[in-house]
Design a protein around this ligand. Structure first.
Ligand SMILES: Cc1cc2nc3c(=O)[nH]c(=O)nc-3n(C[C@H](O)[C@H](O)[C@H](O)COP(=O)(O)O)c2cc1C
Length: 316
């Protein structure tokens, strides 16, 4: 797996980046996709719900599985299990999640307060699997007390094949803005590839991140919600082609396709719950979006969600 070459990664998004969403992004130009974060403890204790997050389709390759946890031994065994069952192209360690239930157990961004544990975790992964290991970090725990260079170098020294950097602190959550200058600084310090992440919401943002940071590849999260075209748009811009912008009818049709595929895999009940938010993201920015959202959130079945979407299509 090559992490260089200005590749476009879809970010891990808990509760969102399932196989259907990942495939929509892939079909619209994402080069690499990653599972949402998967609990190493959940896999260690045989949770069926956790194992279900490992559902990948072969068309998603190359893909990564992201693990989180705080015990190197359990992490190593979980990674062995993942390698055996889904043979991902790489395994990523989550060292950036700020959510209290993850941090309280010393996982996610909490690892950024303990470089020895962090190094043990990376080392355990590298020792347990033969696929490349990557590490996704934030720039630190506290704003402006940046530890990204130190942790990225530690990951590299422990055998990580690449580092992914979201340059916010844990305490910032998703507020303010990401500090792209940190990406440039970490890039200069590393010999392994660096994947830049944070606040890429348009093709112009993507080009600016490449130009101003020198990162090897980029990762996109929120900018892809209801907007898988962000990947093809970035590729259009970089290649100097006219940028394809989907019209209302393409957005509706894509949302409906997403909904149908979701129902096929996850069934009616989950689809109604999940597709309300996904469908309203697809409609974001359209003049009728507010009205549409009311209809979508009032829907009781997936057919009603689809009907609400289709009402947006121009009359033939
Ligand atoms: C709803 C949501 C879920 C997320 N889940 C994960 C996750 O499971 N693992 C992870 O490393 N980061 C997770 N993140 C962080 C993103 O992967 C990404 O680092 C962050 O959103 C910044 O990138 P963006 O500005 O392109 O969204 C999540 C972010 C959001 C908004």
């Amino acid at each position: 797996m090559d992490f260089t070459g200005k590749k476009l990664f879809l970010a891990p998004l808990a509760g969102i980046s399932d196989t259907v969403f990942r495939r929509m992004c892939k079909e619209h130009g994402a080069d690499v996709v990653v599972s949402e974060m998967v609990s190493a403890e959940g896999l260690h204790y045989g949770s069926a719900a956790t194992a279900a997050l490992l559902h990948f389709d072969k068309t998603e390759r190359p893909f990564g599985v992201q693990l989180f946890g705080a015990r190197p031994d359990h992490l190593g065994r979980a990674a062995e299990y993942v390698e055996k069952t889904v043979a991902p192209d790489f395994i990523d360690l989550n060292a950036g999640c700020p959510v209290p239930k993850v941090v309280r157990k010393n996982g996610g961004a909490s690892l950024l307060r303990d470089i020895l544990l962090f190094s043990d975790m990376v080392g355990a992964l590298v020792k347990s699997v033969s696929v490349p290991v990557t590490v996704k970090i934030r720039s630190g725990w506290e704003m402006h007390s940046w530890v990204d260079v130190e942790f990225a170098l530690a990951a590299q020294a422990c055998g990580a094949a690449a580092v992914i950097l979201h340059p916010r602190s844990k305490t910032m959550g998703f507020s303010g803005h990401s500090y792209w200058d940190r990406i440039a600084i970490v890039k200069k310090a590393l010999t392994v590839p660096l994947i830049g992440n944070g606040d890429i919401l348009s093709e112009q943002d993507a080009a600016r991140m490449f130009d101003t940071t020198g990162c090897d590849s980029i990762m996109i999260g929120r900018g892809a919600l209801g907007n898988p075209w962000i990947f093809s748009r970035i590729k259009d811009l970089i290649a100097g082609r006219p940028v394809h912008a989907p019209d209302a009818s393409e957005r509706v049709q894509t949302a409906c396709e997403h909904l149908r595929r979701h129902k096929e895999i996850y069934g009616e009940k989950k689809t109604v719950a999940e597709m309300k938010k996904q469908a309203s993201w697809y409609m974001k920015g359209l003049p009728q979006a507010a009205l549409m959202r009311t209809a979508i959130f009032g829907a009781r079945t997936s057919a009603e969600i689809e009907a609400a979407l289709l009402r947006l299509l121009p009359e033939k």
